[in-house]
Design a protein. Structure first.
Length: 216
């Protein structure tokens, strides 16, 4: 989701959970102070079940794999049943409200651009436009949407072609503002990620990867 979108999703799920408990509980005569973040957690639970429906998970202490979508249905059903039949001082309708809010956010959030304000705020902090390295408008636009890139290996057999290692290392992969980025530079950046993680990269190295992902 990205940091800004996830934070907005979490907070709005929690607000929806609180409103649901506030309006529904008086109808059942069980008005009480509500404390906790479980409504927002149920929103995340529903989002996980909808975006990874066939992902197998294990529930302690029953170490039997169950699909995420089935687990979510079971949890929602339990909350519905207990919410109308058991007065155990648990904010069941906050759980349901959080899940319902999450469903609406997943379905209409992007369309209504709900996440954009907080996403922009976070990206401005991480990618300041006043930084000389970010003067390129194409780079600023590239950071507005998260990009992913992957490397796949072809399964079919290919003829073996001998290439000098030195020639491969010096091969220009892309050019940025007149600077030639060679294969050896790309390999160096990937090795750095493998050793110390993405956050260890300099701003210039991150920019090179973004441009590389656009080319791929």
């Amino acid at each position: 989701m990205g940091g800004g979108k996830f934070l907005t999703f979490y907070l709005l799920s929690g607000i929806g959970a609180g409103l649901a408990q506030l309006f529904i509980s008086p109808m059942l005569g069980t008005v009480a102070p509500t404390v906790g973040a479980s409504g927002a957690v149920y929103g995340i639970l529903l989002a996980f079940g909808l975006t990874n429906p066939d992902r197998s998970i294990f529930i302690f202490p029953f170490f039997i794999p169950i699909k995420a979508k089935i687990f979510v249905v079971i949890m929602i059903a339990i909350e519905l049943i207990f919410g109308f039949s058991v007065d155990d001082q648990v904010a069941r309708f906050a759980h349901l409200g959080g899940a319902a809010t999450a469903f609406l956010l997943l379905r209409y959030g992007d369309r209504l651009k709900i996440y954009r304000p907080l996403e922009k705020l976070i990206k401005r902090r991480h990618y300041p436009t006043q930084n000389p390295f970010y003067s390129s408008s194409s780079f600023y636009q590239a950071t507005q949407e998260p990009r992913t890139f992957s490397f796949t290996r072809k399964q079919e057999a290919e003829p073996t072609i001998y290439t000098s290692p030195r020639a491969t290392e010096n091969k220009t992969v892309l050019t940025i503002n007149g600077e030639e980025i060679t294969q050896s530079k790309i390999d160096e950046i990937l090795d750095k990620i493998s050793a110390s993680g993405y956050q260890s990269l300099s701003e210039k190295e991150k920019y090179i990867l973004i441009e590389l992902s656009k080319k791929i």
